[in-house]
Design a binder for this molecule. Structure first.
Ligand code: ATP
Length: 277
């Protein structure tokens, strides 16, 4: 289990700037995320094999595939949390080392140690750690900004609560608030809707769609095939290897789902999705 402290990607400077002023909107034509030939192996066994992906700037992208397909590994390798055996990653056209501050990561809820003794407000303030500096000097403006981020996810009233005393859906919202505090240009979320109720899912989707409307790029590992078309405009389908990638309208087809999930997707499930062949 990892304490939440270690899961923060550094925040860009300028906590006072409005969220709508995204550097991504003005900076570059490069894709938000470009991955080529990515291979990751655990103990000699590949979990991701020679995957290429190009997530356009401003996309709302889903990474889908069955359990064990390598989705989380792909995100972690993108962030440098696990080592790549081979392959390259560029974020807004630059190597990860130069663009890490433009990324916010929301890990799988299950991978976080929720007994870590810290409050909701402090978790969100961790999203500002780059600008708090080595001394971690927290000003009133930082606290106000953290509260505004909590407010965006409907959690302002929980600011003083220990994170271990939250429900699963509340925990998910708090980690999204921390990601918002980072004012990133690329948001990577690992199963943000896992185990949350319908209202929380709606709230999270609304926040993600607002980020997209601001010109930011959102990438989610996602399991619910029934909502892919409603939530996302871009789709990466993997099962160890890349099966397909591109606009949802072109890639989210019966044939690609069959190739991604194999026999695990029964015909009746596919019928319910009413997809093109
Ligand atoms: N730290 C690790 N050490 C060894 N093997 C690992 C490790 N993490 C993941 N794996 C293995 O790598 C493969 C891909 O795992 P990963 O978590 O990336 O898949 P996933 O697509 O995210 O799965 P899920 O949908 O179940 O979350 C699996 O076979 C998994 O058992």
């Amino acid at each position: 289990m990892t304490p939440p402290l270690e899961l923060v990607t550094p925040a860009p400077a300028g906590a006072g700037a409005p969220l709508a002023q995204s550097a991504a909107q003005s900076a570059t034509q490069s894709p938000a995320l470009s991955i080529s030939g990515l291979t990751v192996s655990y103990g000699g066994k590949p979990a991701v094999f020679s995957v290429d992906a190009t997530i356009p700037e401003g996309a709302m992208a889903a990474i889908i595939g069955p359990n064990g397909a390598g989705k989380s590994t792909l995100l972690k390798a993108t962030l440098g949390i696990v080592s790549r055996l081979s392959g390259r990653v560029a974020v807004f056209g630059k190597p990860l080392e130069q663009s890490r501050h433009r990324i916010a990561y929301v890990p799988q809820r299950a991978s976080v140690d929720w007994d870590f003794p810290t409050t909701v407000a402090d978790v969100v303030l961790m999203g500002l750690n780059r600008e708090l500096g080595l001394l971690g000097l927290v000003r009133r403006s930082h606290r106000a900004f953290a509260r505004a981020c909590l407010d965006r996810v409907g959690m302002a009233d929980f600011a003083g609560r220990q994170i271990g005393q939250l429900s699963g859906g509340q925990q998910q919202r708090v980690f999204l608030a921390r990601a918002l505090a980072q004012k990133a240009d690329l948001y990577l979320l690992d199963e943000p809707f896992a185990g949350v109720d319908a209202a929380t899912e709606r709230a999270i989707v609304d926040v993600l769609k607002t980020l997209k409307a601001e010109g930011r790029t959102v990438v989610c590992v996602h399991h619910d095939l029934a909502t892919v078309a409603a939530y996302f405009d871009h789709c990466l389908m993997i099962n160890l290897r890349k099966i397909a990638e591109g606009p949802v309208a072109a890639t989210f087809t019966q044939a690609n789902l069959q190739a991604t999930y194999g026999g695990r997707l029964a015909g009746s499930h596919l019928d319910q999705l009413r997809l093109p062949a």
